[in-house]
Each structure stands twice: as structure tokens, then as C-alpha cells.
Write a protein that binds this ligand. Structure first.
Ligand SMILES: [Ca+2]
Ligand SMILES: [Ca+2]
Length: 301
């Protein structure tokens, strides 16, 4: 008899589990600890957040999502219900082998999971959402539970100190996304009452309603693969007596413009701060009557 009861117990576990990797500490979980040596950089800036409902002023500090992930559940920016934020990085994220970055939330258990969509952009204009799935089929109360095995492609799947990985390869084929130069990551809170749908049109459920620090609490974003290659010049031409120069730039970075007439001695024309919301910075430079002149852009930090 004892053997039979064990059999049924295992069967019921198998039947209940969803299709995707499970909670921290379970076999097959794809989470990354904040201390994983795979992380080479962390989010370092943000664009203006759009806060949703149910978030107190004390949680509206985007700076707390900069830098390395912590074990401090209050070291977060709270998006509010339906809110969103765009984060920037020291260098572009690139698509290497396997996951390329991970998003950290401050969930206090393996089952209190507040969820968000993750969208990326190279140019700061065109954003692409990671394909996502939520297989949960019942509404979750304010302090209800969410099963990680039901979730894929959504941030917030793991508790404080453990990131949810994202692989840019999932967005192959998007014409206006340069997967080797992802400069912006947008986190979009999901109102988990079933009105917001996953990639295949199924309702997404997470703890609802939440107040005070409602919605997704962004703790950090860790980068696994970053692009340290030479960046590209996208425009270099004289127009109406002015030389128009534009290059792919990373928000938060500083560049020095240099010029020469003989390719031997370069003279600085000063420094330029990257365009804060776009992936390209443009400058109009004086031609100053030289028969031949060259310019170059040097990436400082
Ligand atoms: Ca990848
Ligand atoms: Ca933090």
C-alpha cells in the first residue's frame, strides 16, 4: 500500500507543474544568482519612468535599480500597476551564446511573483517585446501564489537575489533590432487580473491588486554579454558647407571629436555627451575651408 501512495503523489506533482523552468533551487531552474560570475555589468541609467497606480513616493527612485543586484528588498524602483521604465547600460548588450541579461525583482518568496514584460531597443525608438507565456489559469489574490513553471519570457519569475534570464536570440529576425547593440531595456508592469494577455493570447495572472509598492519592483538588471567593439559611424557627409557626422552611441557615454588634415596629428574639437534617449548622436562640424579634412570619434567613458 505504501508503494502505491508514493506513486500517486509523484504523479500529481507531475500533472500540476507547468511547461517551464521552476523556482530557485529546483532542478532545471534557469535563474542566475546575483553573484553569478557570468555578470559583467549592470544597468547604470534610466529614462523618465511612467509610474502606474498604487505606488508611494518613497519607491520612485530609479537610481536604486542601478548597479549590482542586492539582497535588500527595498533597493528597488517600484513601477506601480501598469507602469514602465527604460534602463540603460555602460555598453550595449549583445547576443552571445545563451542568456544575455537578467532582470531582478524583489519577490520575498518563490511564489509571490510580480510580473513584467521585457522589451529591448537598439535605437531608442523601436522596442521589441520578448515572446512570453503564462499558463496559469486562475486569478491570484493580493497575496496569492504564482507557479514559476507556468511562466516564460516574463521578468519577476524569481525571488529577491535571483535574476530571470533573457536571450536576445528569441528576437532574431526583427529588422529594426540590432541584437549586437541593444542599448535600452524597457520593463512594463503587468496588471495581473487577466486583462493583459501573453504572446498566445492567454490571460496573465499575478498578485492583484497590490498597493503601496504596487506592481513590479525593479531591483537590478545584470548584463552577461556586452558589446565592446568599435561602434559605427552612420553619417559622414558635407551638407551646405557643414560636415554632418553621426555615430551609434550609448546613453550615458561621452565621446571626443577629433579632426586632422594630414592623418598624422589629430586635434580635439571637444567632448560630446551621447544623446540620452536615442542610439545615435549627431554633430554638425565646421569645414573651415581646408582642402581636405578628416574627423574621428573617440569613445571615452
Ligand atoms: Ca544570447
Ligand atoms: Ca537595486
Amino acid at each position: 500500500m505504501k508503494r502505491i501512495s508514493i506513486y500517486f503523489f509523484l504523479l500529481s506533482l507531475f500533472v500540476q507543474a507547468g511547461s517551464f523552468p521552476g523556482a530557485v533551487g529546483t532542478i532545471g531552474s534557469d535563474t542566475l544568482s546575483k553573484d553569478d560570475p557570468a555578470f559583467v555589468a549592470w544597468a547604470s541609467g534610466n529614462l523618465n519612468p511612467v509610474y502606474g497606480t498604487g505606488v508611494d513616493e518613497i519607491w520612485k527612485t530609479p537610481r536604486k535599480a542601478f548597479g549590482k543586484a542586492t539582497t535588500d528588498g527595498s533597493d528597488i524602483v517600484c513601477l506601480g500597476n501598469g507602469g514602465q521604465i527604460v534602463m540603460t547600460f555602460p555598453r550595449p548588450i549583445r547576443d552571445g551564446s545563451g542568456p544575455d541579461f537578467a532582470v531582478f525583482e524583489n519577490g520575498f518568496s518563490n511564489t509571490f511573483l510580480e510580473l513584467a514584460f521585457v522589451e529591448v531597443s537598439s535605437d531608442g525608438v523601436n522596442f521589441y517585446r520578448f515572446p512570453n507565456r503564462s499558463e496559469g489559469s486562475t486569478a491570484v489574490g493580493a497575496f496569492g501564489t504564482v507557479d514559476a513553471t507556468n511562466l516564460s519570457g516574463l521578468a519577476g519569475k524569481y525571488r529577491l537575489g535571483f535574476g530571470t534570464p533573457f536571450d536576445l536570440a528569441a528576437l532574431a529576425g526583427e529588422a529594426l533590432l540590432d541584437r549586437q547593440n541593444v542599448r535600452f531595456v524597457r520593463i512594463v508592469d503587468i496588471i495581473g487580473n487577466g486583462t493583459v494577455l501573453d504572446s498566445v493570447g492567454r490571460p496573465i495572472y499575478d498578485p492583484t491588486p497590490t498597493t503601496g509598492s504596487g506592481g513590479f519592483d525593479l531591483e537590478a538588471i545584470g548584463v552577461i554579454h556586452q558589446n565592446e567593439d568599435v561602434f559605427r559611424i552612420v553619417r559622414s557627409e558635407p551638407v551646405n558647407g557643414v560636415f554632418q557626422l553621426a555615430w551609434e552611441s550609448n546613453p550615458g557615454s561621452i565621446y571626443r571629436i577629433e579632426t586632422t588634415t594630414d592623418l598624422a596629428v589629430w586635434t580635439s574639437l571637444g567632448t560630446v555627451t551621447a544623446a540620452p534617449t536615442l542610439g545615435v548622436t549627431a554633430q554638425a562640424l565646421s569645414l573651415d575651408g581646408a582642402a581636405k579634412r578628416f574627423w574621428r570619434v573617440v569613445w571615452l567613458e
